[in-house]
Design a protein around this ligand. Structure first.
Ligand code: NAD
Length: 332
């Protein structure tokens, strides 16, 4: 039973999803929210003085024991990650995130943690099932036989299995969601780790502000994806932690869009039309990916539902403010 007086720990709280989760947990009335990240606290996307904020490198085992001391519930959102531009060029760094989840699981077992959530990714899915833009939505069984995204995807798949075996062998209650592209305000929008929705917003805003009405698009623009708004991610993450779903489950939108379609929407929000240049040698990931939500519908009676246009309006507005308001708190 969820008990708001028990300590909940958010690992990766200085990042995009972690920052939103801390806000949400505090709003629900959790009395002891511990927020942990390796970045200096003044560089976190969101900082809450009524949380217990700790700067710790969770790849180190003693740091994980410190982070989870006297805690009941743990969300592990800490990882060295970014969009395709980052994960295709930093495979070793992505794989080193295995240290974070491994040491956190060991600490969770020894500290008597009650429930442990792990944020996996659609990058665990077999690449051969994502060759065509006209993709059949990925269902949970499509992760095996294993042929995930090199580096990042292999780490996620391995860490999923660590969660499974800690549950089976040590009775630690672990839950795993496979996120499909999450977007929203208060996340990375420049610097090389940003993902497609934020990158496209930034490029469209740059074009609008500069008057140079050209945009570079990675790939041929026909790649398909689905994008989940942050509020859906927060609900799904917590519902999965508190569910009896023991196998990794998709958490993503099933509203499929091409990258060209994504640019169309952002252009229409901005009220501008740009000349598109396609960079075919840029990192672009798989050709097609969408989330099959049959299982989450069956087990939770719910699936992410915020329309892409709605979520992008909020994301665009936040990035616009970051780029134009001198007084906006800027985090990079
Ligand atoms: P993010 O990069 O904004 O946040 C991750 C945070 O983890 C960062 O603040 C980073 O400083 C922290 N971190 C990294 N190494 C650490 C360490 N050694 N010790 C402590 N903190 C460390 O990413 P996000 O978008 O918020 O993603 C959260 C989780 O969700 C990650 O595990 C990610 O792989 C997963 N995920 C995200 C998406 C997405 O679209 N955003 C999709 C699939 C999976």
């Amino acid at each position: 039973m969820k008990d708001l007086s028990q300590r909940v720990v958010v690992c990766g709280a200085g990042g995009f999803i972690g920052g939103h989760l801390v806000r949400d947990l505090l709003a629900q009335g959790y009395k002891h929210v511990r927020a942990v990240d390796q970045k200096p606290i003044d560089q976190w996307y969101q900082i809450f003085p009524n949380a217990e904020n700790m700067q710790l490198d969770l790849s180190e085992k003693p740091a994980c024991y410190k982070a989870l001391k006297d805690s009941a519930y743990v969300y592990n959102l800490a990882a060295d990650m970014g969009g395709m531009g980052f994960i295709e060029t930093h495979k070793a760094l992505c794989m080193l995130s295995v240290l974070i989840n491994t040491h956190l699981l060991m600490a969770a077992k020894d500290c008597g943690v009650n429930r442990f959530f792990y944020s996996s990714s659609a990058c665990v899915y077999n690449g051969e099932k994502q060759i065509s833009p006209d993709v059949i939505p990925l269902k949970e069984a499509d992760a095996y036989p294993a042929m995930p995204e090199d580096g990042y995807g292999w780490e996620k798949l391995f860490s999923e299995r660590m969660c499974r075996h800690f549950r089976e062998d040590f009775n630690l209650i672990t839950r795993v969601a496979r996120y499909h592209n999450v977007y929203g305000p208060d996340g990375t929008w420049e610097g090389g780790r940003e993902k497609a929705p934020a990158a496209i917003c930034r490029k469209v805003i740059t074009a609008k502000l500069s008057g140079d009405h050209n945009i570079e698009i990675w790939g041929d623009g026909h790649q398909t994806r689905s994008f989940m708004y942050i509020s859906d991610c927060l609900k799904g993450t917590q519902d999965i932690l508190w569910s009896n779903i023991i196998e990794p489950i998709n958490l993503g939108s099933s509203e499929i869009v091409t990258i060209n379609g994504l640019v169309d929407i952002v252009e229409s929000i901005a009220g501008i039309k740009l000349k598109r240049k396609y960079n075919l040698s840029a990192p672009k990931g798989v050709n097609g990916r969408n989330s099959d939500n049959t299982l989450i519908q069956k087990l939770l009676g719910w699936e992410p539902s915020v329309k892409l246009r709605t979520g992008l309006e909020a994301t665009y507005a936040w990035i616009y403010n970051q780029m134009t308001d001198k007084n906006a708190r800027k985090v990079r």
